[in-house]
Ligand binder design. Sequence first.
Ligand code: COI
Length: 399
Amino acid sequence: MALWKTVGNSTLDGVSRVADLDASKLTITLSETLKPIPPRDTWLFGNIMTDHMVVAEFDPETGWSNPEIKPRGPLSLDPASSCVQYGTTVFEGMKAYIGPDGKPRLFRPDMNMARLARSAERMALPPFNIDQVLVLIKQLITVDRRWIPSSSGYSLYIRPTLMGTRMGLSVAASDHATLCIFLSPAGPYFRSGVKAISALAVADTVRAWPGGTGGHKVALNYSPGFLPLRVAQKQGYEQILWLLGDDMKVTEAGAMNIFIVVKRDDGEINLLTPPLDGTILPGVTRDSVLALAKAHAAGEIILPGLQQTLRIHAQERTFTMDDLWRWSADGRLLEAFGAGTAVIIASIGKIGFKSREDIILAEHEDGLGPLANAFRTTILDIQEGKEAWKDWGVLVDEL
Ligand code: COI
């Protein structure tokens, strides 16, 4: 699949060649007044925004405009814009951290950029140069650097967003687009901190389906889950466990990828997550958990709190609600946890389904099971620059 990495829209119509996104043409207008940074105990996920944003616009005649960094504020959108009428919005979730050296850094941003290009392509939005988007993100972080928190577990959440802005109601691809990148300081995703969450498994509404958009980060994957979430919350659960098909395959948990830990007959453990069959978001944290589990199994690292001799068999494999009930009844279901950029890792302590008895997982003192804790600690240490692993940590200063 083409990632539309470097070309302008010459690939769209085969005739015109228009300007590509070019970070070297960035103009910066700084805000005259900088906001005070609110105290951390008032930060909920995404409720506070920094001072500036990046904006660039695509026009099919001229291509990408010169990108701007300017004071953060509302965008002007025609109510007949494609993103308003037909939901042509795709986005990414990333985070910036301050390392012990005082330098801001990103975590595996190349994965987010590649996914943004794939999501844009899936929604037939105009192409753009992903390397230039990353340069713009780094420039914005540099401008709003004072907002990056330095305490562990806190970070600056980055939301690159691409919207279809063609004005008109014809049911077709948007040939105009706006790229907007903004930042929000973030603490723990759930109010409960790292306490285990509960999830209600639902089979009558689905998050994604074969051939749909579940494997892409499009806005429309999220909003249809708001009503089922409200229903689940009324029943006392905090998240939805998304199922798919008559066999009730377990797919995702809320807006997170899901992992389960199952004890095997030989005493070793399986770490299972559903395969990327097009219905599952290819999460950066998901990929990192799998890679770290494999590195532990290969003796390349020792995950904190786990014995070096503990064999973890990481597998991308389908499992169903029946499997969960069976493994739970047999005492083999050791852990369940969600993984995502916003949350990092959240243990799931209880899974409900209609009138059946809840699956209750073992409680852990600090809310996280041993594997969930090992992955969270390791990923956070790499993100916060306390540990180096492969090329996962990327310095913002290296433009
Ligand atoms: C993330 O984990 O970053 C997400 O994008 C999920 C959600 C906050 C939309």
